[in-house]
Design a protein around this ligand. Structure first.
Ligand code: ATP
Ligand code: MG
Ligand code: MG
Ligand code: MG
Length: 476
């Protein structure tokens, strides 16, 4: 089943069951706690909190999502992308646990001929929050899932919040058993590659306070209503329904890998290292196109830096695969051709997206070679000094003068067996930012002698390294 059909079936199934179809919101979150949208519920947050009335008590959407914290997984696990599409159904004070569980089961297991996805019920494993007896009872007694295929898990995986104050609640996940070729049995609690998580049903009924991450926080109260928020990964279901081992082998991503093969001659399936690079290229180029499509432009802070980092990583992986000239144009075209079927605005916007992407590639290629030489000599020096840690000032120089995002430096250093003094790097970034701020203030008030700051301000610009895990949030 093609990705487009999976999406169509999703929306039509829920529309027929009283849900209003809502188009995907922009990836640029309309929410000060987030840089980018990491989950389908984000545009509906005010409805959960009772701050605004939803247009209808039941909604459904297929939301574009970006999760930069998953970047390290890309290409290495079979199921993580930085961009993916989350199919969701939502109830605001309408149906709750039993309603959501019944709907999910029906859609997954109904035969394809009847509009379902036709999954074999015996391959579905369920997880519930360890204290949620009610959810377990529904799965076992109402749906009839054998008790051995229902597992109880703790807060980390099975109590959903965005990692920041806001709505939260226990959740229940549906996982698909891909069989013994993906490793030992034992259910999703022990093997998440074999029992791949496809759908998370969140019973959104509480509000959480600040605290830390997803486990260490206090529940500050009940939401005005008991709600449902679910998210199913479109690419993950496509992987299962298309009978491929890896989400990068599904219809919308495979063509991008094939384009990368066309440009480099490296074939998918020949060697693991090449395969990882091909997946990284396919993922990152797609994410870049979707971000630029939503109006992000490469820069040194916030979303712009996420985009820059992702693009530069893709371009470098193309070099590793053997590309010598510019490659972005062809890859961007392929992404637009395939994603344009579901997001026609990409096609209308093709030339702008191309201009932004190719300008970033040109800027990076200008400094990549010189920066690589700098890095190589820094590595040699570090090793000669008997150390395994590349100094923070080298990472800073590479960032500041040669446009190397820190993770690129980390990655290239690691390839040569070194780590990087990241704390030192961050300190220098902070100092530079403070100098730039002081400079801006002095300019405003006219109190200071500008000359001392000029050289810094001229090269620095507004630079902020906020890390990638901080404000983007990530679901469990
Ligand atoms: P995982 O444990 O596999 O990292 P998750 O628990 O972080 O997934 P949720 O926050 O529950 O994911 O998101 C709902 C659904 O979105 C998941 O069940 C999965 O199908 C999909 N999904 C989550 N992260 C990704 C990703 N990086 N790439 C593709 N699909 C994803
Ligand atoms: Mg989950
Ligand atoms: Mg999970
Ligand atoms: Mg995750």
């Amino acid at each position: 089943m093609e990705s487009a059909e999976i999406r169509r079936r999703w929306l039509s199934f829920f529309e027929k069951r009283g849900h209003t179809v809502v188009p995907s919101a922009s990836l640029i979150a309309d929410d000060p706690t987030l840089l980018l949208v990491p989950a389908g519920m984000v545009p509906f947050k005010p409805y959960f909190l009772g701050e605004a009335a939803p247009p209808a008590p039941r909604l459904t959407s297929v939301q574009k999502c970006v999760r930069t914290p998953d970047i390290e997984e890309v290409g290495k696990t079979t199921r993580h992308g930085t961009f993916f599409q989350m199919c969701g159904n939502f109830s605001f004070g309408d149906y709750f646990k039993e309603g959501a569980i019944k709907l999910a089961w029906e859609l997954l297991t109904a035969p394809a001929a009847d509009g379902g996805y036709g999954l074999d019920p015996e391959r579905l494993w369920i997880t519930v929050y360890e204290k949620d007896d009610e959810a377990e009872r529904i799965w076992r007694d109402v749906i009839g899932v054998p008790a051995v295929r229902i597992q109880r898990l703790g807060m980390g995986p099975n109590f959903w919040s965005m990692g920041v104050p806001g709505p939260c609640g226990p959740c229940s996940e549906i996982n698909y058993d891909r069989g013994p070729e993906f490793g030992p049995e034992g259910g999703p609690a022990v093997n998440d590659e074999r029992y791949v998580e496809i759908w998370n049903l969140v019973f959104m009924q509480y509000e959480r306070g600040p605290g830390h991450g997803k486990e260490d926080f206090e529940i500050t109260g009940d939401l005005p209503a008991k709600n449902i928020d679910t998210g199913l990964g479109l690419e993950r279901l496509a992987m299962i329904l298309q009978g491929v081992r890896n989400m990068y082998e599904t219809d919308t991503l495979r063509v991008v890998m094939d384009q990368a093969t066309g440009l480099t001659g490296v074939r998918y399936g020949d060697a693991e290292a090449g395969d990882i690079s091909l997946r990284v290229v396919a993922d990152h180029m797609r994410t870049a196109v979707m971000l630029i499509g939503d109006g992000v432009t490469p820069g040194n802070e916030g979303r712009g830096y996420v985009l820059r980092r992702i693009m530069r990583r893709a371009i470098r992986n193309m070099r590793i695969l053997g590309a010598t000239g510019p490659v972005t144009g062809r890859l961007v075209d392929t992404v637009i051709d395939t994603m344009g079927k579901q997001y026609p605005e990409l096609i209308t916007d093709r030339s702008r997206i191309q201009t932004v992407a190719q300008a970033e590639e040109a800027a990076f290629l200008k400094t990549l070679k010189a920066g690589t030489n700098i890095l190589d000599s820094a590595v040699t020096e570090t090793k000669a000094a008997g150390s395994t840690v590349l100094p923070g000032d080298k990472a800073f120089l590479l960032h500041d003068t040669w446009g190397f995002p820190i993770d690129l430096t980390l990655e290239m250093a690691a390839e040569q067996g070194l780590s990087v003094d990241e704390a030192g790097f961050r300190r220098l970034m902070r100092e530079q930012r403070e100098r730039a701020k002081a400079d801006a203030k002095a300019k405003k008030t006219g109190h200071a002698d500008m000359s001392a700051y000029r050289s810094v301000a001229d090269t620095a610009g507004p630079t902020e390294f906020t890390g990638y895990t901080g404000t983007e949030g990530e679901a469990t």
